[in-house]
Design a protein around this ligand. Structure first.
Ligand SMILES: [Zn+2]
Length: 251
């Protein structure tokens, strides 16, 4: 049923899942001693976490576009770069599509709108089935006016962990890219309401803004975006991980 799913399961997952207190303290000490925060990303809390990445749109649903620039292509490129970084840090990454197609499959006979609804339903369902620790959907924003720009992260307002992830990702994007003053914001979206784990939508920028659109298709800029999103996820996981350690009864 889910032909497009690909699992990245690192070989050393069981080793990395068990990290000694000493190595945590060592990593923390090195991290804190460095002046530039973004130079080292505290990735230890990502080990063994199941992270679902949802590259927005695909197949007959291109998403937003501007000339030759198409949302579904941008979201896939950035998602692949993000998947690479997360899996290298020990996370178990489920990338919901790896090519230009949706999740619905060839046998569907309904309308385009019905197909899109089914596609979204399958994306949420897939994340719920694998019991993901985090769901991250990648999209580009669009507006009739070309003047708006800047990446922005959305979360389900009823979920505190979702808000934490969104705020951390927004902060890293703001710091590392330096081209948005937008704040993480609550968003009432189907995918956020129907996923049973912390979930965020990252609108990586406005495809309707000519300058930002040309950045969004630039592989180097895509990599910077992926790095910032990765760093934000890591920061959120570190805070969650540290809170769990502090509350651990045997500590
Ligand atoms: Zn979209």
């Amino acid at each position: 049923m889910f032909k497009t799913g690909v699992y990245y399961i690192p070989m050393k997952i069981y080793q990395t899942a068990v990290i000694s207190t000493f190595s945590i303290l060592l990593i923390a000490a090195v991290w804190l001693s460095l002046p530039a925060r973004e130079s080292v990303i505290p990735a230890y809390a990502l080990a063994s976490k199941v992270i679902v990445i949802d590259p927005g749109h695909g197949g007959c649903d291109p998403g937003a576009s501007r000339g030759a620039y198409v949302e579904k292509e941008i979201t896939l490129s950035i998602s692949k770069l993000l998947a690479q970084r997360l899996s290298e840090a020990g996370a178990m990454v489920v990338l919901l599509r790896t090519e230009d197609r949706d999740l619905v499959g060839d046998g569907f006979s309904g309308t385009i709108a019905a197909r899109k609804r089914e596609d979204l339903k399958l994306r949420a369902q897939r994340a719920n089935e694998v019991k993901a620790d985090l769901f991250i959907s990648i999209h580009t924003n669009a507006d009739p006016s070309p003047r708006w720009s800047g990446a922005q992260v959305f979360y389900n307002s009823s979920s505190q962990p979702s808000k934490l992830a969104a705020v951390m990702i927004q902060e890293e994007i703001t710091q590392q890219l330096g081209n948005t003053k937008r704040k993480a914001a609550p968003g009432d979206y189907y995918i956020l309401r129907n996923t049973q784990m912390p979930a965020v939508i990252v609108e990586v920028g406005f495809i309707s803004n000519p300058m930002e659109a040309s950045l969004l298709v630039d592989p180097e800029y895509q990599d910077r975006l992926a790095r910032a999103i990765f760093a934000g996820i890591a920061q959120a996981q570190v805070r969650t991980y540290d809170a769990e350690i502090e509350n651990y009864p045997g500590w």
